[in-house]
Design a protein around this ligand. Structure first.
Ligand code: COA
Ligand code: AMP
Length: 634
């Protein structure tokens, strides 16, 4: 089998391709057909099937005699613990939690928000929701109360499942006070909250609203899997868009099962029973797809790692975990490799571990710089595969499909489109660009199974954000090119989304937070290059006239404000006060031009700029922060 033959097979008969892949899933009622195109350009896959995600991720493996196989390894250098959960144990725990939720009235279609650190209970909560057809929405623990409140008001959860605390290097993160504040801020109130009391910090429960995780489940009857329609959402995952309001990406049940299962062998080259490790967080799409769902659906052992690439306790943490648990396929973000390389440039720690189980490393979440990939490949002696995807897609658009054929790696490219994806480069007028020419990256509709059919509560925004600009296509928001051999290159976002340590952030959301400072009249946030995190946000602040206060104090307050409102994950530390912002004559702030100046890149003076002299002021301000030729690496 070759990549080309598989891709052409899909091109010739896309529906047949996915119907074949669907045979690996246990259906309560199989789909009569693959694609439902009646409402084009809105599409659905396997919509008339009846199926349950939890059954496919857990029960069916136990029924097939694999109950003794380890489903989840929780390896937590941050709490100094390790635990192993078999498929049988997972089934018992999930069925009981699902039964307790059902007993409190949570039913098919209800939303449940999960706000938890990297504990196995987070996966159990996700699976328990899927078991009874409730739609979960996991909120990343590094987001603060305001961001959680925004998601509560959009998802309207019947229940919230949270932990008392998480652990980050050198500090405990108290989740419960953030949850309480978020519920105070939100207009919608959940019926009840289930709280996992977690060491090292438990939290007082709010009488009448909060129940303890264990008490809640005592005596609960285990729940059976509830069949849902193929197009029923299994989850909503909020992601950053251009504005401060996050987009609720909807994940449809059946397509998600079929597509994720397909990727495990064909892209990641693992067989059921192999150990698979995605070192991400359950709050991101990588965590949803490759810590929780795909490995479990495929019958693998998944690792949940509560630690960091460096400092827990050293830059050998990844290699220790791979050696100890015999990981075959390992998935992380380039930023993690940059951190490891910085701490251990010669790979001395790598040499201390037996990495013979490792077949390949996969990188995604941000642009993988060729230098980092080369270093990792040389140090590890296995293929290091860049692959490109988004929260919206749920799995890789482009990759090197190791389980089909290992294609030659090209530096700077996440290789080629996977079956299901007809990727095109379009110019501003929507015309196909020739090979090697930069343009907007778009995908011919329909998108394959498991991708977002719409946004939660925002059907119109779905159309305007993704479908309207290039009719007949999905607009990815990334720009890039395809070379003469079909290899794809991802260059930059075309919108105001930035990527900080593999975390997707909206500059608009940071600007909204800054605008809340009483002295700030106007502001703009851009992403600037960072040697470790890829990008970091940098803010320009214009103050209200008459403000005489110390500017450093105001900057410090603004840094605190972003941490307080969005959370530590924003990594917002750089800001400066400027007199004016560069704008077009129609008043649009020239963020992209400022970002190019900061990174020392060539830029064309925008023809519509109101006053070019402002760019000199911006350059000077950036230089005082060490950018725009002021000393920091670009
Ligand atoms: N709960 C609470 N706080 C969290 C958190 C969580 N789940 N995850 C991160 N944070 C906090 C961190 O403690 C840090 O806070 P600080 O400002 O007090 O130090 C802040 O958010 C930024 O975290 P992070 O982006 O992880 O950066 P870092 O400086 O702690 O570590 C790296 C740098 C490179 C080691 C780290 O960024 C890394 O490896 N990230 C993994 C990338 C990744 O997996 N991305 C997911 C896409 S696949
Ligand atoms: P997220 O939705 O958080 O997964 O972020 C998706 C965005 O991250 C994409 O639109 C890209 O901008 C960027 N991204 C993800 N993977 C890659 C990659 N392999 N190369 C370049 N950019 C990537």
């Amino acid at each position: 089998m070759t990549y080309q033959s598989v891709y052409e097979g899909w091109q010739q008969d896309p529906e047949g391709f996915w119907m074949q892949a669907a045979r690996a899933i246990d259906w309560v009622q199989p789909p009569t057909k693959a694609l439902f195109a009646e409402n084009a350009p809105l599409y659905e896959w396997f919509a008339d099937a009846q199926v349950n995600t939890c059954h496919n991720a857990v029960d069916r493996h136990v029924a097939a005699g694999h109950g003794g196989r380890v489903a989840i390894i929780h390896d937590s250098p941050l709490t100094g613990t390790r635990s192993y959960i078999t498929y049988q144990q997972l089934l018992d725990r999930v069925a009981r939690l699902a039964g307790a939720l059902r007993a409190k009235g949570v039913a098919k279609g209800d939303r449940v928000i999960i706000y938890m650190p990297m504990t196995p209970e987070a996966l159990e909560a996700m699976l328990a929701c899927a078991r009874i057809g409730a739609i979960h929405s996991v909120v990343f623990g590094g987001f603060a109360a305001h961001e959680l409140a925004v998601r509560i008001d959009d998802a309207h959860p019947r229940a919230i499942i949270a932990a008392s605390a998480g652990v980050e290097p050198g500090r405990v993160v108290p989740y419960k006070p953030l949850l309480d504040k978020a519920i105070d801020l939100a207009e919608h109130k959940p019926d009840f909250c289930v709280i996992l009391q977690r060491q090292p910090q438990t939290a007082p429960l709010t009488p009448g609203r909060d129940v303890d995780w264990h008490d809640f489940q005592t005596g609960a009857d285990p729940a059976e899997c509830v069949p849902v329609a193929g197009n029923h959402p299994v989850y909503i995952l909020y992601t950053s868009g251009t504005t401060g309001r996050p987009k609720g990406v909807v994940r449809p049940t059946a397509g998600h099962l079929v597509a994720l299962n397909w990727t495990m062998k064909n892209i990641y080259d693992v067989e059921p029973g192999d150990v698979f490790w995605a070192a991400s967080d359950v709050g991101w799409v990588v965590g949803h797809s490759y810590i929780c769902y795909a490995p479990l659906i495929h019958g693998n052992t998944t690792i949940m790692f509560e630690g960091k690439p460096v400092g827990t306790p050293d830059a050998g943490a990844f290699w220790r975990v791979i050696a100890e648990h015999k990981v075959r396929s390992f998935f992380t973000a380039p930023t993690a490799f940059r951190a490891v390389r910085r701490a251990d440039p010669t790979g001395a720690l790598i040499a201390q571990y037996d990495l013979s189980s490792l077949r390949a490393v996969f990188l995604a979440g941000e642009r993988a710089d060729p230098d980092t990939i080369r270093w990792a490949g040389e140090q590890l002696g296995v293929p290091v595969i860049d692959h490109w995807w988004q929260t919206e897609t749920g799995y890789a658009i482009a990759a090197n499909p190791l389980g089909i054929e290992e294609l030659p790696v090209r530096a700077g490219s996440p290789s080629v489109p996977m079956p299901g994806w007809d990727v095109r480069i379009l110019d501003d007028a929507g015309r196909p660009a020739p090979a090697g020419k930069l343009g907007a990256i778009a995908v011919r509709l329909p998108l394959p199974p498991g991708t977002l059919p719409t946004l939660w509560n925002a059907g119109e925004r779905f159309r305007t954000a993704y479908l309207d600009r290039f009719p007949g296509y999905y607009e990815t928001g990334d720009s890039g090119m395809i070379d003469g051999d079909g290899y794809l290159y991802i260059m930059a976002r075309t919108d105001d989304v930035i990527n900080v340590a593999g975390h997707r952030l909206s500059t608009g959301a940071i600007e909204e937070a800054l605008a809340g400072h009483p002295d700030v009249a106007e502001c703009a946030v851009i992403g600037v290059a960072d040697p470790l995190k890829g990008q970091v946000p940098l803010g320009f602040l214009c103050l209200n006239s008459g403000v005489e206060r110390d500017r450093d104090a105001i900057v410090g307050e603004c840094v605190g404000l972003v941490r307080e409102r969005i959370g530590p994950v924003a990594a917002f530390r750089l800001a400066c006060v400027v007199e004016r912002l560069p704008k077009t004559r129609s008043g649009k702030i020239l963020r992209a031009t400022m970002a190019k100046i900061a990174d020392g890149e060539a830029f064309r003076m925008p023809a519509t700029i109101d006053d070019p002299a402002i760019l000199d002021e911006i350059r000077e301000a950036l230089q005082t922060l060490g950018y725009a030729g002021g000393g920091r690496p670009g």
